[in-house]
Design a binder for this molecule. Structure first.
Ligand code: PNS
Length: 160
Protein backbone atom coordinates (compact mmCIF):
# COMPACT_ATOMS: atom_id res chain seq x y z
CA UNK A 1 0.00 0.00 0.00
CA UNK A 2 1.34 3.41 -0.95
CA UNK A 3 1.28 5.78 2.01
CA UNK A 4 0.39 9.28 0.82
CA UNK A 5 0.86 12.33 3.05
CA UNK A 6 -0.83 15.64 2.30
CA UNK A 7 1.07 18.75 3.33
CA UNK A 8 -1.49 21.56 3.05
CA UNK A 9 -1.02 25.27 3.49
CA UNK A 10 -1.14 28.73 2.01
CA UNK A 11 2.60 28.84 1.17
CA UNK A 12 2.41 32.58 0.53
CA UNK A 13 5.34 32.46 0.01
CA UNK A 14 7.04 29.08 0.60
CA UNK A 15 9.85 29.36 3.19
CA UNK A 16 12.84 27.25 4.15
CA UNK A 17 10.60 26.01 6.98
CA UNK A 18 8.13 24.56 4.47
CA UNK A 19 10.98 22.93 2.52
CA UNK A 20 12.25 21.38 5.76
CA UNK A 21 8.80 19.96 6.57
CA UNK A 22 8.39 18.51 3.06
CA UNK A 23 11.73 16.67 3.40
CA UNK A 24 10.85 15.42 6.88
CA UNK A 25 7.47 14.16 5.62
CA UNK A 26 9.25 11.92 3.12
CA UNK A 27 10.51 9.83 6.05
CA UNK A 28 6.90 9.03 7.01
CA UNK A 29 5.26 8.54 3.63
CA UNK A 30 5.96 7.04 0.24
CA UNK A 31 4.61 10.13 -1.47
CA UNK A 32 3.96 13.68 -0.32
CA UNK A 33 1.36 15.87 -1.99
CA UNK A 34 2.01 19.53 -1.24
CA UNK A 35 -1.45 21.09 -1.39
CA UNK A 36 -1.87 24.83 -1.88
CA UNK A 37 -5.25 26.02 -0.62
CA UNK A 38 -7.00 28.34 -3.07
CA UNK A 39 -9.94 29.36 -0.92
CA UNK A 40 -8.05 30.93 1.94
CA UNK A 41 -9.85 33.93 3.38
CA UNK A 42 -6.53 35.79 3.48
CA UNK A 43 -5.70 38.19 0.63
CA UNK A 44 -2.70 36.42 -0.94
CA UNK A 45 0.50 38.12 -2.07
CA UNK A 46 1.17 35.54 -4.80
CA UNK A 47 -1.41 33.85 -7.03
CA UNK A 48 -1.75 30.09 -6.55
CA UNK A 49 0.02 29.26 -9.84
CA UNK A 50 3.06 31.29 -8.75
CA UNK A 51 3.11 29.67 -5.30
CA UNK A 52 3.09 26.26 -6.98
CA UNK A 53 5.95 27.29 -9.28
CA UNK A 54 7.96 28.65 -6.33
CA UNK A 55 7.39 25.44 -4.35
CA UNK A 56 8.58 23.37 -7.33
CA UNK A 57 11.69 25.54 -7.66
CA UNK A 58 12.41 25.39 -3.93
CA UNK A 59 12.02 21.61 -3.55
CA UNK A 60 13.75 20.74 -6.83
CA UNK A 61 13.86 17.29 -8.37
CA UNK A 62 12.15 14.93 -5.93
CA UNK A 63 10.03 12.28 -7.66
CA UNK A 64 8.12 11.42 -4.47
CA UNK A 65 6.78 14.96 -4.05
CA UNK A 66 3.94 16.41 -6.15
CA UNK A 67 2.32 19.82 -6.00
CA UNK A 68 -1.37 20.57 -6.39
CA UNK A 69 -3.86 23.26 -5.55
CA UNK A 70 -7.20 22.51 -3.97
CA UNK A 71 -10.48 24.22 -3.46
CA UNK A 72 -12.94 23.44 -0.70
CA UNK A 73 -12.39 21.08 2.19
CA UNK A 74 -9.01 19.54 2.81
CA UNK A 75 -10.65 16.22 3.75
CA UNK A 76 -12.31 16.00 0.32
CA UNK A 77 -8.98 16.68 -1.37
CA UNK A 78 -7.39 13.96 0.79
CA UNK A 79 -10.11 11.49 -0.27
CA UNK A 80 -9.61 12.42 -3.92
CA UNK A 81 -5.85 11.81 -3.90
CA UNK A 82 -5.93 8.82 -1.53
CA UNK A 83 -4.08 10.58 1.29
CA UNK A 84 -3.96 8.82 4.65
CA UNK A 85 -2.32 11.58 6.69
CA UNK A 86 -2.12 15.34 6.90
CA UNK A 87 1.22 16.80 7.89
CA UNK A 88 1.42 20.12 9.70
CA UNK A 89 4.36 21.88 11.30
CA UNK A 90 4.25 22.93 14.95
CA UNK A 91 6.68 25.74 15.62
CA UNK A 92 5.62 26.98 19.01
CA UNK A 93 2.93 26.62 21.63
CA UNK A 94 1.11 29.49 19.93
CA UNK A 95 0.50 27.26 16.88
CA UNK A 96 -1.06 24.55 19.01
CA UNK A 97 -4.61 25.75 19.62
CA UNK A 98 -5.42 26.43 15.96
CA UNK A 99 -3.71 23.25 14.80
CA UNK A 100 -5.48 21.13 17.42
CA UNK A 101 -8.88 22.55 16.47
CA UNK A 102 -8.21 21.96 12.80
CA UNK A 103 -7.01 18.38 13.38
CA UNK A 104 -10.12 17.54 15.42
CA UNK A 105 -12.46 19.12 12.89
CA UNK A 106 -10.77 17.24 10.07
CA UNK A 107 -11.11 14.00 12.07
CA UNK A 108 -14.82 14.70 12.55
CA UNK A 109 -15.16 15.11 8.78
CA UNK A 110 -12.91 12.15 7.89
CA UNK A 111 -12.38 9.72 10.75
CA UNK A 112 -9.46 7.75 9.30
CA UNK A 113 -7.39 10.70 8.10
CA UNK A 114 -4.63 11.20 10.68
CA UNK A 115 -2.97 14.53 11.35
CA UNK A 116 0.74 14.28 12.08
CA UNK A 117 2.61 17.23 13.60
CA UNK A 118 6.26 17.66 12.74
CA UNK A 119 8.74 19.93 14.50
CA UNK A 120 10.86 21.99 12.11
CA UNK A 121 14.62 22.43 12.37
CA UNK A 122 15.45 24.55 15.42
CA UNK A 123 16.90 27.44 13.39
CA UNK A 124 13.66 27.70 11.39
CA UNK A 125 11.17 27.67 14.27
CA UNK A 126 10.70 31.46 14.28
CA UNK A 127 10.02 31.55 10.56
CA UNK A 128 6.61 32.23 9.03
CA UNK A 129 5.39 33.36 5.63
CA UNK A 130 3.82 36.46 7.15
CA UNK A 131 7.13 37.53 8.75
CA UNK A 132 8.99 36.89 5.50
CA UNK A 133 6.43 39.04 3.63
CA UNK A 134 6.81 41.85 6.14
CA UNK A 135 10.63 41.81 6.13
CA UNK A 136 10.67 41.75 2.32
CA UNK A 137 8.07 44.52 2.09
CA UNK A 138 10.19 46.74 4.32
CA UNK A 139 13.37 46.04 2.36
CA UNK A 140 15.01 43.57 4.77
CA UNK A 141 17.20 40.68 3.74
CA UNK A 142 15.25 37.43 3.38
CA UNK A 143 18.03 35.36 1.83
CA UNK A 144 18.56 32.33 4.04
CA UNK A 145 14.88 32.34 4.99
CA UNK A 146 13.60 31.44 1.53
CA UNK A 147 14.90 29.81 -1.67
CA UNK A 148 16.60 32.30 -4.05
CA UNK A 149 13.68 31.96 -6.49
CA UNK A 150 11.32 33.07 -3.74
CA UNK A 151 13.62 35.94 -2.71
CA UNK A 152 13.66 37.09 -6.35
CA UNK A 153 9.85 36.88 -6.61
CA UNK A 154 9.50 38.92 -3.40
CA UNK A 155 11.95 41.56 -4.66
CA UNK A 156 10.00 41.83 -7.90
CA UNK A 157 6.68 42.00 -6.07
CA UNK A 158 7.90 44.81 -3.85
CA UNK A 159 9.55 46.62 -6.76
CA UNK A 160 13.21 46.16 -5.83
O1 PNS B 1 -0.70 27.75 5.82
P1 PNS B 1 -2.02 27.89 6.52
O2 PNS B 1 -2.69 29.17 6.05
O3 PNS B 1 -1.92 27.81 8.00
O4 PNS B 1 -2.92 26.65 6.02
C1 PNS B 1 -4.25 26.51 6.47
C2 PNS B 1 -4.97 25.44 5.63
C3 PNS B 1 -4.94 25.82 4.16
C4 PNS B 1 -4.29 24.09 5.82
C5 PNS B 1 -6.44 25.35 6.13
O5 PNS B 1 -7.02 26.61 6.13
C6 PNS B 1 -7.29 24.40 5.28
O6 PNS B 1 -7.19 23.20 5.41
N1 PNS B 1 -8.12 24.98 4.38
C7 PNS B 1 -8.98 24.20 3.51
C8 PNS B 1 -10.45 24.36 3.91
C9 PNS B 1 -10.78 23.40 5.04
O7 PNS B 1 -10.72 22.20 4.90
N2 PNS B 1 -11.16 23.98 6.17
C10 PNS B 1 -11.50 23.24 7.36
C11 PNS B 1 -10.25 22.89 8.16
S1 PNS B 1 -10.71 22.37 9.74
Amino acid sequence: MTRIAIYPGSFDPPTRGHEDLIRRSLALADRVVVAVATNSSKQPLFPVAERLALLRAAVGEEPRVTFESFDGLLVEFARRVGGSMVVRGLRAVSDFEYEFQMALMNRRLHSTLETVFLVPALDLTYLSSSLVREVARLGGDVSGLVHPAVAEALAKRYGR
